[in-house]
Design a protein around this ligand. Structure first.
Ligand code: X5A
Ligand code: ZN
Length: 578
């Protein structure tokens, strides 16, 4: 555009065309339902914006170039093309159509690929390529039209969505989380209020979470660490009715704005980790993302996870860098008074000192010498999905759960892998192992599976033990249990990268149905979704199995619950951070 400052040259129409073409090329688009877009109404835009601002924007299609330039110059890093008012109304309308589809249950989740983005725009101001605040309007709309009581907004764009923060600062019904390149306030929009100590105001105190990136070059492990140690514990406690994602992909590698090093496949896991909230009701809405290759790959990773396909873990997951540990520590301290947390922030700080000795921070200098366009990374591997997601083996006369495939023992197992599962299931079904202890079950599983899966086991056992150890209070301490799962089990699992997740649900473990579902769902992010579950349903020993998930029902009262919650916790923390 003629008025486009150099800063605006990156927010181009190709961002949408390459993303959509990639979805079509990979066959993902064909698996999605397309939703018609519409223009947002004035009333809807006024849910967030002022009448004066709306009226002013309305006039932009008719302005002279001179007036347009003058109008543009009131704001920061944004420009008004004569068509932008129309596009901005469509961007809001598309977001609301998606919210409608998800809230009415027509679709489970979705992504709105829109331009212009929204999260920087404010009540009476455009900013940072944003005209109307798509996601903020979406949140108000969901509350007003569908009675959503609590909305979680996860802003994984690399910039701070200050517009969203201002909108909901004093609102305890909207939890806003944003991580963003900050560099001690030296990065745009250079706001004091983007730092970790802006926690929200009045009734909304505790419902605004800012995680500053004080260095560039953040990696996959840094992103996951913030999810595990900051966002997820709070999100689960918040218990949203709807999750909106300000899905900016300028936080991915190769982006000229973000200069981060997280790879596109991390978005598969970020998405997965949010999909168990709000009964799966998740609407992602595009914000930034300016490297067209990285953007298209990231969009595909997000959509494929929304479709339910399992994903391999990104390569080289380790611990977070020192700078991120500091940020995590600061955010947790700032929020400690608002959220229940078992892990004292001071302890994390002590651990971070150890990390500082042993691990240097990320060193982006090497990458930084190149322009972002020259950075190369491998294309995410193709994610294959087995034709049967969940198969079950049940005794005669027991109904097969919906969406599971019943396997009879007569069915010939097609691969070595399923053969092993088959043998194991036969064993358990035949009752030959039903009286041995759970540890023996685990041993059997590990031995049988190791034949085909090299990476299984030890950690799998550790994980199971950790879970059980932390469950003695069961549902009387849901928060504590989830804290342990998110702050300990998942970080361990992601770093270990097992080939199989073995989950044991003992009768009397005290883990109630909803918590159990969250646990099982979260752990399916590991081992490409290969999950084996031992559980007792009622009476006899039952087994369910599948290429991706097995569900086994066992009968055994002999499992010893250890009472060493704290020492288990600390030991594992030590493993994680040292
Ligand atoms: C939506 C978004 C970035 C604005 C950068 C201005 N905006 N320098 O990513
Ligand atoms: Zn951005």
């Amino acid at each position: 555009s003629r008025f486009c400052s150099p800063a605006c040259k990156i927010e181009v129409p190709e961002r949408l065309t390459v993303s959509h073409e990639a979805l079509v090329r990979t066959g993902l688009a064909a698996r999605c339902v397309s939703i018609a877009v519409r223009e947002a109404t004035d009333e809807e835009i006024l849910l967030v914006h002022s009448e004066e601002y709306l009226e002013a924007v309305k006039k932009t299609p008719y302005m002279t170039l001179e007036d347009l330039m003058a109008f543009t110059q009131q704001y920061g890093d944004v420009y008004f093309h004569p068509n932008i008012y129309h596009c901005a109304k469509l961007a809001v309308g598309a977001t609301l159509q998606l919210v409608d589809s998800v809230m009415t249950g027509r679709v489970r989740n979705g992504i709105a690929l829109v331009r212009p983005p929204g999260h920087h725009s404010q009540k009476s101001a455009a900013s940072g390529f944003c005209i109307f605040n798509n996601v903020a309007i979406g949140a108000r709309y969901a509350m007003q039209k569908y009675g959503a009581k609590r909305v979680l907004i996860v802003d994984w764009d690399v910039h701070h969505g200050q517009g969203v923060q201002y909108c909901f600062e004093d609102d305890p019904n909207v939890l806003y989380f944003s991580w963003h390149r900050y560099e001690h306030q030296n990065f745009w929009p250079n706001l004091r209020e983007s730092d970790y100590d802006s926690v929200g105001k009045e009734k909304g105190a505790g419902f605004n979470i800012n995680v500053p990136w004080n260095k560039v070059g953040m990696e996959n492990s840094d992103y996951l660490a913030v999810f595990f140690h900051v966002l997820l514990p709070v999100a689960y406690e918040f218990c949203p009715d709807l999750v909106l994602v300000s899905a900016g992909f300028d936080s991915a590698i190769g982006d000229p704005e973000g200069k981060m090093c997280a790879t596109p496949d991390i978005f598969a896991h970020l998405t997965h980790l949010l999909m168990n909230l709000a009964g799966g009701k998740l609407c992602a809405v595009l914000e930034g993302g300016y490297n067209l290759t990285s953007l298209a790959q990231s969009v595909c990773q997000t959509v494929q996870t929304l479709l339910g396909d399992p994903a391999p873990l990104p390569a080289d997951l380790g611990g977070p860098c020192e700078s991120v540990l500091k940020s995590i520590h600061c955010v947790r301290s700032a929020h400690k008074q608002y959220w229940s947390s078992d892990l004292p922030a001071s302890e994390l700080s002590a651990k971070s000192l150890k990390v500082a000795e042993q691990k240097t921070g990320n060193e982006p200098e090497a990458q930084e010498q190149r322009s972002p366009e020259e950075i190369v990374w491998p294309e995410p591997p193709k994610r294959l999905c087995p034709p049967v997601r969940t198969a079950v083996a049940l005794p005669e006369g027991v109904a097969c759960p919906d969406a599971c495939k019943r396997c009879s023992s007569a069915e010939a197992p097609s691969s070595l892998y399923s053969l092993s599962l088959h043998v194991l299931c036969e064993c358990v079904c035949a009752g030959s192992v039903c009286r041995i202890t759970v540890s023996l079950y685990i041993l059997v599983c590990v031995i049988v599976c190791r034949a085909v899966h090299v990476l299984i086991c030890v950690c799998v056992c550790v994980c199971v033990c950790v879970c059980v150890c932390l469950a003695p209070q069961g549902c009387s301490d849901v928060a504590g249990f989830m804290q342990a799962v998110l702050g300990l089990l998942l970080p361990l699992g992601y770093e270990y990268n097992p080939g199989l997740v073995l989950l044991v649900r003992m009768p009397g473990s005290g883990v109630c149905e909803s918590v159990w579902q969250q646990l099982a769902g979260l752990l399916q992010g590991l081992a490409q979704g290969h999950t084996l579950v031992l559980m007792q349903v009622r009476g006899p020993v039952w087994v369910k199995y599948s290429p991706v998930n097995w569900w086994m029902c066992i009968q055994d009262q002999n499992w010893q619950l250890c009472k060493c919650t704290n020492s288990c916790y600390q030991q594992a923390e030590y493993i994680r951070y040292s």
